[in-house]
Design a protein around this ligand. Structure first.
Ligand code: SAM
Length: 813
C-alpha cells in the first residue's frame, strides 16, 4: 500500500477507490431489487462498501488478522438488547418474568453457536439491569415463536418498565459517575435513552414521596426530537428534568451580572454550571451499520469530516459549562478517528492542561474495550493525507489542522521545518490489545512516518462489534481540573467564522448523513417509537405539554424576540395564540403558579400534608392564570435553575419542565366536583404519601375488579364496606390503593415504593378508573403474574384468582 510522499495513493489506487465506491452503489441497487427481496434468504447485510473497507483497514482500527471477523460481524444483524428500568415499581417482576418465562422457553431459538442462552443479562451492566437477546429486531418481528417475546418487549417498552436500547448506547452514562445531587447537562439528548438512564441514576435511592437534590437538563437542537424525548422521559415521572432546545455549541451560560445583588436570592447560584456533562454528539453513525444496513450505501469519508468541527465546538461548550472537578463524557457511535480521537486531542489542546483525559480502565471491568488510536490519517479527494502540510490550499477550509494527530496548522509545520512528530513504529501506538496481539502494523503509517498524537489517547475507549456482539461506540472521559484558559475575543470570532465556512463547504462536498433526521438509525428507542408501533407510540401532541414550536424555530439560528417588541403575547389571525417565553417566540412561557385560591382548594380537597412543599414548586405553561389547564411540580434543584433563568433574562428556551401534577377537570367531569383539578397519573407516586383525603384502600379482588371493568357501581364491589366508603367520598378525583393482604387494611397504610395505587373518579353512583386502557391492562397482567407466583410458592392464598371475582359482571350504566 502506498502512502509515502504526500501520504496519498497512486493514481491507480485512487481510481480503484472511486470505482469500488461506484460498484458498491450498483451492487446495493441490485440488492434492493424487489424480486430479490422476495427471496427469504435475502438479507440487506449482503451489501458492503469497499470504500469503507479500504478506509478503516488503512486507519488500522482493528488488527489486519481480525479484519474478516470484524466485517463479518458488522454485516450480521444486531441482537436486540434492552434495559429494565430500575426505577420501575415492577423491575423485580419483569426480571423474574424474563427468567421464568423466556430465558428457558426460548433456549431452542439460539441463533449463534457458542451461546447457551437465548436471553441473558449483560454482565458488565451494574445490577444486571441490561439484557441481551440472541435475536435481531427483524427476527423478533418475523419469527412466530418469538412473537410473544416481541409483544412483551413492545408493551413493556411503551409502559416504561423496560427501554429498548442498543447495548453500547447504554455505556456513556455509566462512565459519568453521576450522584443523586449532581446537576447534569445532556447536551445532545434526543431521543432520550441516555437521559432516561441519567434520571434513573439520580433517582436511584430516593424514597417514596421525596426528590433527589440533583437534576438533568436535556437539550437538543431539533424540536421534533425534543418532543420524542419528552414522550420517552414522561414514563420516568420526574420533577427533576428540564428539556431545552438550543444549539449545544451555544448553550446559554445563564451567568448573573456581577453587579446583581446575590444576597437577594434565596439560593447561591450565580451561574449555571454542571457537575456532569454528557456530550453524545451528532456523528456519522457508522457504528450502527449492523442495524442500519442502508448506511453501507451512504457511507463516505466526508460524513465524519463534515461533523468534526461541530463536534469540537459542542464539546468545548460542554467543558466550559462544567464545574472544576466535574466530569464530561464525549461519545459517538462512529468508528472514524476524525470524529473521535481527533476531537478529543483538539479539546485537550485547546484546554491546555485544564482538562485531563481520564484512564477509566478499572471502571466497568467486564466491558471489553480497546484503547483509542494515537495515529491516523485524513482521506480527502482520493488522497491520503498524513499531515496538514499535505492539504492543498483549496481544501484548507474543509480539512482542518485539528483533524490530524499533531493538530498543527500549516504555519506551525513550516516553522518547525518539517520537524513533525514521527511515531516510533516499533511501539504499539494503536494498542488493539483486545486482539491479544501486540502492535498493529499499519504499513502506511510505517512507510509514511505519519504524525502521532502527544496526548494519552489510549485512555479513550473503542467498543468494537466483534468483541461482545454489539454495535461500535467511542467514549472518552474528561475531567476539568481548573478553569479553561480564556480565549481572546478575536480568536473566538475566528473559530466561529472557521466553523461556518467549514460547515458550508463540508455540506457541499461531503454527503453528510442527516443525523438529525428521524430516519437516523441511532437509537432503539427512536425506532421503537417511529418504526415499530407508529400508531401506538407516535407522540400524541395532545398528550405533550405544549404544541410543537412554530416554523421560526426550525431555523438553525435560534430565534430571538426583536428587542423593540413588547414582551407580551401576540395573536396570530386564525391560529393559536403565539406564546412567548421571555425572548423566545412560539414557546409556551414558564410561569410560577401562585394562585392561592386554587392552591388552597387543592390542598384542602386532597388533605395534602403541609410537609409537601408547594411554595415556588408549581409552574404552568400559560401566562393567563384564569385558563391554566395543567400545573407542573418542580424539584428544588429545578426551581433554583428556573429562578436563575428568570434573573438572567430567560436565556434558556424551555420546552418542558417538571412533572405534570394536576390537570383541570374537563367540563363533563368537573361540574359536580368541588375541586377543579385532578391528580395526574405521573404526579401520583410523588404526592401519594402526603394525601390524607379522597383515598380508599381496596382489597386485591376489588382492585382487580375495578381494573377489569374500568367503572363499577358502589353496590357492586365485593366488599360492601369499601363500596360504602367510596360512596361517601366527595365527588371528583380520588385515589384507590391496593391493600397488601387478602382483605382491606383497617389501619392506614404506610405508603412506600411498592404501593400500588391508581387515580379514580368518584361519580354519583360509581367509581371510574382514570388510567389509560393500556396501563390498566398492563397493571392487571402484572398483578396476575405476581399473585400467581405467590400462590405457587405458598401453595394456597387465593387473593387474586379469577374465581374470587369471576362472577361479577361488567357494570352497565
Ligand atoms: C447521537 S444523537 C443523541 C442520542 C441521545 N444522546 C440518546 O442517547 O438518545 C445526536 C443528537 O444531536 C442532536 N443535534 C445535532 N446537532 C446539534 C446541535 N448543534 N446542538 C444540539 N443538538 C444537536 C440531534 O438532533 C440528535 O438528536
Amino acid at each position: 500500500m502506498g502512502g509515502g510522499g504526500r501520504g496519498g495513493r497512486s493514481r491507480t489506487q485512487r481510481k480503484h477507490f472511486r470505482q469500488s465506491r461506484e460498484n458498491v452503489w450498483k451492487r446495493s441497487k441490485a440488492d434492493e431489487d424487489p424480486s430479490s427481496a422476495q427471496n427469504p434468504s435475502w438479507t440487506p447485510f449482503a451489501t458492503q462498501n469497499d470504500a469503507f473497507d479500504l478506509y478503516y483497514k488503512e486507519q488500522g482500527i482493528v488488527h489486519p488478522q481480525h479484519w474478516e471477523q470484524f466485517v463479518s460481524v458488522l454485516r450480521t444483524p444486531l441482537p436486540a438488547t434492552f434495559r429494565i428500568n430500575s426505577s420501575s415499581q415492577f423491575s423485580d417482576d419483569i426480571r423474574s418474568q424474563l427468567e421464568n418465562d423466556f430465558v428457558h422457553s426460548l433456549r431452542d431459538e439460539v441463533v449463534e453457536g457458542g451461546e447457551t442462552e437465548a436471553i441473558r443479562p449483560l454482565l458488565w451492566y451494574p445490577g444486571n439491569f441490561a439484557w441481551h437477546s440472541n435475536f435481531s429486531r427483524m427476527q423478533l418481528r418475523k419469527n412466530q415463536t418469538l412473537e410473544r417475546f416481541h409483544e412483551f418487549l413492545k408493551l413493556e417498552n411503551e409502559i416504561g418498565n423496560i427501554t429498548r436500547q442498543e447495548a453500547v448506547s447504554m455505556v456513556p452514562p455509566l462512565f459519568l459517575d453521576v450522584h443523586s445531587d449532581h446537576f447534569v447537562l445532556d447536551m445532545c439528548a434526543a431521543p432520550g435513552s441516555k437521559t432516561f438512564q441519567l434520571l434513573e441514576i439520580i433517582h436511584q435511592s430516593t424514597k417514596a414521596g421525596s426528590l433527589p437534590d440533583g437534576m438533568v437538563i436535556a437539550n437538543d437542537v431539533d424540536v421534533q426530537r425534543c418532543n420524542l424525548l419528552i414522550h420517552q422521559t414522561k414514563r420516568m415521572c420526574t420533577a427533576n428534568l428540564i428539556v431545552t432546545n438550543h444549539e449545544a455549541q451555544h448553550f446559554p451560560g445563564c451567568r448573573l451580572n456581577r453587579n446583581y445583588e446575590r444576597m437577594e436570592l434565596d439560593h447561591n447560584m450565580g451561574q449555571l454550571l454542571f457537575d456532569r456533562v454528557l456530550c453524545d454528539v451528532p456523528c456519522s453513525g457508522d457504528g450502527t451499520l449492523r442495524k442500519a444496513p442502508d448506511m453501507w450505501r451512504k457511507w463516505n469519508t466526508g460524513m465524519g469530516q463534515g461533523l468534526h468541527n461541530l463536534q469540537v465546538l459542542i464539546a468545548m461548550r460542554g467543558l466550559s459549562l462544567l464545574k472544576n472537578g466535574g466530569r464530561m463524557v464525549y461519545s459517538t457511535c462512529s468508528m472514524n478517528p476524525i470524529e473521535n480521537e481527533a476531537v478529543v486531542a483538539e479539546l485537550l489542546r485547546r484546554c491546555g492542561g485544564s482538562v485531563k483525559l481520564l484512564n477509566v480502565s478499572s471502571e466497568l471491568p467486564q466491558l471489553i474495550r480497546r484503547p483509542g488510536l494515537k495515529k491516523w490519517k485524513v482521506y480527502d479527494k482520493g488522497t491520503w493525507l498524513v499531515s496538514y502540510k499535505d492539504v492543498p490550499k483549496f481544501r484548507r477550509s474543509v480539512i482542518l489542522p485539528s483533524m490530524f494527530p499533531s493538530g498543527r496548522g500549516h504555519q506551525d509545520l513550516v516553522d518547525s521545518s518539517c520537524n513533525v512528530d514521527v511515531g516510533d513504529d516499533t511501539t504499539n501506538v494503536n494498542g488493539n490489545a483486545g486482539d491479544g496481539i501486540q502492535a498493529v502494523e499499519n504499513s502506511v503509517m510505517a512507510e509514511s512516518a505519519g504524525e502521532v498524537s502527544d496526548f494519552p489517547l489510549e485512555h479513550c475507549m473503542r467498543i468494537v462489534p466483534h468483541d461482545q456482539n454489539t454495535g461500535a461506540f467511542f467514549i472518552a472521559v474528561l475531567q476539568k481540573v481548573s478553569p479553561l484558559p480564556a480565549i481572546p475575543e478575536k480568536t473566538k470570532t475566528e473559530i466561529d467564522e472557521q466553523y461556518v465556512k467549514h460547515a458550508n463547504q463540508s455540506l457541499n462536498d461531503a454527503q453528510v448523513v442527516d443525523t438529525n433526521s428521524t430516519e437516523s438509525p441511532r437509537e432503539e428507542v427512536l425506532e421503537a417509537v417511529l418504526e415499530e408501533n407508529v400508531d401506538d407510540n407516535e407522540p400524541n401532541t395532545e398528550d405533550l405539554e405544549f404544541i410543537p414550536v412554530t416554523c421560526e424555530e426550525q431555523d438553525s439560528k435560534e430565534t430571538q424576540e426583536p428587542k423593540n417588541v413588547p414582551k407580551m403575547e401576540k395573536r396570530v389571525p386564525g391560529k393559536r395564540k403565539l406564546q412567548i417565553q421571555g425572548k423566545w417566540r412560539g414557546v409556551d412561557p414558564v410561569v410560577f403558579f401562585k394562585d392561592e385560591a386554587i392552591i388552597n382548594s387543592i390542598r384542602d380537597f386532597y388533605g395534602i400534608n403541609v410537609h409537601f412543599p408547594f411554595d415556588g414548586h408549581l409552574v404552568t405553561r400559560n401566562s393567563d392564570v384564569n385558563h391554566v389547564k395543567r400545573i407542573y411540580y418542580i424539584s428544588k434543584s429545578v426551581k433554583d435553575v428556573l429562578e436563575l433563568n428568570f434573573n438572567v433574562g430567560q436565556q434558556l428556551k424551555i420546552t418542558s419542565i417538571g412533572l405534570k401534577m394536576f390537570e383541570r377537570q374537563t367540563a363533563r367531569e368537573g361540574t359536580s366536583a368541588p375541586c377543579a383539578f385532578r391528580i395526574s397519573s405521573e404526579g401520583l407516586p410523588l404526592i401519594l404519601p402526603y394525601i390524607t383525603k379522597q383515598i380508599l384502600h381496596a382489597s386485591p379482588a376489588d382492585f382487580k375488579h375495578l381494573l377489569q371493568n374500568k367503572d363499577v357501581k358502589f353496590a357492586d364491589f365485593m366488599d360492601a364496606e369499601f363500596g360504602e366508603k367510596a360512596a361517601n367520598l366527595m365527588p371528583g378525583c380520588c385515589v384507590v390503593i391496593m391493600s397488601k393482604g387478602n382483605s382491606v387494611d383497617t389501619e392506614p397504610l404506610q405508603v412506600d415504593e411498592s404501593t400500588i395505587a391508581i387515580g379514580c373518579w368518584k361519580g354519583r353512583a360509581r367509581l371510574s378508573v382514570m388510567v389509560t386502557a393500556m396501563d390498566c391492562q398492563e397493571l392487571l397482567e402484572r398483578l396476575l403474574i405476581r399473585f400467581d407466583t405467590e400462590k405457587a410458592s405458598s401453595g394456597h392464598v387465593e387473593i387474586f384468582s379469577d374465581d374470587v371475582v369471576g362472577d361479577v359482571q361488567p357494570v352497565q350504566e
